[in-house]
Design a protein around this ligand. Structure first.
Ligand SMILES: *[C@@H]1O[C@H](CO)[C@@H](O)[C@H](O)[C@H]1NC(C)=O
Length: 174
Protein backbone atom coordinates (compact mmCIF):
# COMPACT_ATOMS: atom_id res chain seq x y z
CA UNK A 1 0.00 0.00 0.00
CA UNK A 2 2.76 2.34 0.98
CA UNK A 3 4.81 1.63 -2.07
CA UNK A 4 1.69 2.13 -4.14
CA UNK A 5 1.26 5.59 -2.58
CA UNK A 6 4.87 6.45 -3.33
CA UNK A 7 4.38 5.22 -6.87
CA UNK A 8 1.18 7.21 -7.25
CA UNK A 9 2.90 10.35 -5.97
CA UNK A 10 5.69 9.76 -8.43
CA UNK A 11 3.27 9.40 -11.30
CA UNK A 12 1.12 12.37 -10.38
CA UNK A 13 3.59 14.86 -9.01
CA UNK A 14 7.04 14.07 -10.30
CA UNK A 15 6.64 12.47 -13.69
CA UNK A 16 4.90 15.41 -15.39
CA UNK A 17 7.62 17.69 -14.07
CA UNK A 18 10.34 15.43 -15.41
CA UNK A 19 8.50 15.47 -18.68
CA UNK A 20 8.42 19.26 -18.79
CA UNK A 21 11.95 19.89 -17.56
CA UNK A 22 13.82 16.80 -18.66
CA UNK A 23 15.79 17.00 -21.85
CA UNK A 24 15.62 13.46 -23.04
CA UNK A 25 11.95 12.97 -22.29
CA UNK A 26 10.10 15.69 -24.14
CA UNK A 27 9.49 15.11 -27.88
CA UNK A 28 10.54 18.70 -28.65
CA UNK A 29 13.84 18.27 -26.83
CA UNK A 30 14.57 14.99 -28.53
CA UNK A 31 13.78 16.60 -31.90
CA UNK A 32 16.32 19.32 -31.04
CA UNK A 33 18.90 16.63 -30.26
CA UNK A 34 18.33 15.02 -33.64
CA UNK A 35 18.49 18.37 -35.39
CA UNK A 36 21.87 19.15 -33.82
CA UNK A 37 23.19 15.83 -35.13
CA UNK A 38 21.88 16.64 -38.62
CA UNK A 39 23.55 20.06 -38.45
CA UNK A 40 26.80 18.68 -37.10
CA UNK A 41 26.71 21.40 -34.47
CA UNK A 42 26.12 20.98 -30.75
CA UNK A 43 24.73 23.99 -28.92
CA UNK A 44 26.26 25.11 -25.64
CA UNK A 45 22.97 26.85 -24.97
CA UNK A 46 20.06 24.79 -26.30
CA UNK A 47 17.66 27.60 -25.38
CA UNK A 48 18.91 29.41 -28.51
CA UNK A 49 17.92 26.47 -30.69
CA UNK A 50 14.58 26.19 -28.88
CA UNK A 51 13.89 29.81 -29.74
CA UNK A 52 14.98 29.26 -33.35
CA UNK A 53 12.42 26.48 -33.57
CA UNK A 54 9.60 28.66 -32.21
CA UNK A 55 7.38 30.53 -34.66
CA UNK A 56 5.85 33.89 -33.73
CA UNK A 57 2.37 32.30 -33.74
CA UNK A 58 3.43 30.08 -30.85
CA UNK A 59 4.81 32.54 -28.31
CA UNK A 60 6.18 36.00 -27.60
CA UNK A 61 9.59 34.42 -27.37
CA UNK A 62 10.09 33.49 -31.01
CA UNK A 63 12.49 33.31 -33.95
CA UNK A 64 11.58 36.49 -35.86
CA UNK A 65 14.77 38.44 -35.12
CA UNK A 66 16.96 35.31 -35.36
CA UNK A 67 15.57 34.73 -38.81
CA UNK A 68 16.61 38.19 -40.05
CA UNK A 69 20.07 37.67 -38.60
CA UNK A 70 20.27 34.18 -40.13
CA UNK A 71 19.33 35.51 -43.58
CA UNK A 72 22.27 37.95 -43.49
CA UNK A 73 24.61 35.14 -42.42
CA UNK A 74 23.44 33.03 -45.35
CA UNK A 75 24.00 35.92 -47.78
CA UNK A 76 27.43 36.59 -46.30
CA UNK A 77 28.51 32.99 -46.54
CA UNK A 78 27.31 32.70 -50.14
CA UNK A 79 29.14 35.91 -51.08
CA UNK A 80 32.28 34.80 -49.30
CA UNK A 81 32.19 31.35 -50.87
CA UNK A 82 31.73 32.74 -54.35
CA UNK A 83 34.26 35.58 -54.15
CA UNK A 84 36.90 33.46 -52.46
CA UNK A 85 36.75 31.06 -55.42
CA UNK A 86 36.65 33.78 -58.06
CA UNK A 87 37.57 37.32 -57.14
CA UNK A 88 36.47 38.49 -60.60
CA UNK A 89 32.89 37.33 -60.23
CA UNK A 90 30.49 39.92 -61.62
CA UNK A 91 28.09 41.90 -59.49
CA UNK A 92 25.29 40.49 -61.61
CA UNK A 93 26.33 36.90 -60.89
CA UNK A 94 26.74 37.60 -57.18
CA UNK A 95 23.30 39.17 -57.04
CA UNK A 96 21.87 36.22 -58.92
CA UNK A 97 23.33 33.77 -56.40
CA UNK A 98 22.08 35.83 -53.50
CA UNK A 99 18.56 35.93 -54.90
CA UNK A 100 18.67 32.18 -55.59
CA UNK A 101 19.65 31.50 -51.99
CA UNK A 102 17.04 33.90 -50.66
CA UNK A 103 14.19 32.37 -52.66
CA UNK A 104 11.65 31.10 -50.19
CA UNK A 105 10.10 28.35 -52.31
CA UNK A 106 13.14 26.94 -54.07
CA UNK A 107 15.86 27.36 -51.49
CA UNK A 108 15.23 27.67 -47.77
CA UNK A 109 11.94 25.77 -47.71
CA UNK A 110 13.64 22.88 -49.52
CA UNK A 111 16.58 22.90 -47.09
CA UNK A 112 14.15 23.09 -44.19
CA UNK A 113 12.11 20.13 -45.42
CA UNK A 114 15.29 18.12 -45.82
CA UNK A 115 15.93 18.73 -42.11
CA UNK A 116 12.24 17.93 -41.38
CA UNK A 117 11.84 21.30 -39.67
CA UNK A 118 8.07 21.15 -40.24
CA UNK A 119 8.04 18.41 -37.62
CA UNK A 120 10.20 20.37 -35.20
CA UNK A 121 9.14 24.02 -35.32
CA UNK A 122 6.53 25.02 -32.76
CA UNK A 123 3.56 26.88 -34.22
CA UNK A 124 0.04 27.73 -33.06
CA UNK A 125 -2.61 25.09 -33.86
CA UNK A 126 -3.94 27.29 -36.70
CA UNK A 127 -0.55 27.72 -38.34
CA UNK A 128 0.68 25.36 -41.05
CA UNK A 129 4.22 24.40 -40.12
CA UNK A 130 4.85 23.21 -43.69
CA UNK A 131 4.23 26.63 -45.22
CA UNK A 132 7.35 28.03 -46.91
CA UNK A 133 7.40 31.17 -44.75
CA UNK A 134 7.35 29.18 -41.50
CA UNK A 135 9.95 26.76 -42.84
CA UNK A 136 12.27 29.51 -44.09
CA UNK A 137 11.97 31.49 -40.88
CA UNK A 138 12.94 28.40 -38.88
CA UNK A 139 15.73 27.44 -41.26
CA UNK A 140 17.30 30.92 -41.28
CA UNK A 141 16.95 31.20 -37.52
CA UNK A 142 19.17 28.18 -37.02
CA UNK A 143 22.15 30.18 -38.30
CA UNK A 144 21.35 33.19 -36.16
CA UNK A 145 21.16 30.85 -33.18
CA UNK A 146 24.49 29.17 -34.02
CA UNK A 147 26.22 32.55 -34.43
CA UNK A 148 24.99 33.64 -31.02
CA UNK A 149 25.89 30.31 -29.45
CA UNK A 150 29.37 30.22 -31.02
CA UNK A 151 29.82 34.00 -30.57
CA UNK A 152 30.98 33.92 -34.15
CA UNK A 153 29.02 34.18 -37.37
CA UNK A 154 31.68 32.39 -39.47
CA UNK A 155 30.90 29.11 -37.72
CA UNK A 156 27.24 29.60 -38.56
CA UNK A 157 28.10 30.29 -42.21
CA UNK A 158 30.15 27.09 -42.37
CA UNK A 159 27.27 25.05 -40.98
CA UNK A 160 25.01 26.65 -43.60
CA UNK A 161 27.38 25.71 -46.45
CA UNK A 162 27.55 22.14 -45.18
CA UNK A 163 23.79 21.81 -44.80
CA UNK A 164 22.91 23.51 -48.08
CA UNK A 165 25.82 22.11 -50.09
CA UNK A 166 28.81 24.21 -51.05
CA UNK A 167 28.38 23.99 -54.79
CA UNK A 168 24.86 25.38 -54.82
CA UNK A 169 23.85 26.80 -58.14
CA UNK A 170 27.09 25.79 -59.87
CA UNK A 171 25.50 23.22 -62.15
CA UNK A 172 22.80 25.72 -63.07
CA UNK A 173 25.39 28.37 -63.93
CA UNK A 174 27.36 26.07 -66.21
C1 LIG B 1 0.40 23.33 -45.47
O1 LIG B 1 1.27 23.92 -46.41
C2 LIG B 1 1.79 23.01 -47.39
C3 LIG B 1 2.83 23.77 -48.21
O2 LIG B 1 2.34 24.98 -48.69
C4 LIG B 1 0.64 22.49 -48.21
O3 LIG B 1 1.12 21.57 -49.16
C5 LIG B 1 -0.36 21.80 -47.28
O4 LIG B 1 -1.47 21.37 -48.03
C6 LIG B 1 -0.81 22.74 -46.18
N1 LIG B 1 -1.64 22.02 -45.23
C7 LIG B 1 -2.78 22.49 -44.81
C8 LIG B 1 -3.50 21.66 -43.80
O5 LIG B 1 -3.25 23.56 -45.20
Amino acid sequence: MRSFTVYAIFLIAILPRLFLQGHSLSPFSSALETLQKQLGYTFKSTSLLRRAMTHASFSEENNKAFSIFGATIIETSVSFNLLSKDVDVSAKELNRRISLISNVDSSCAVDAMRLSLHKVVRVSPKTNSSSPSVLCGAFRSIFGAIALDAENSDDAGKVFLTVHGRDFGVSMAM
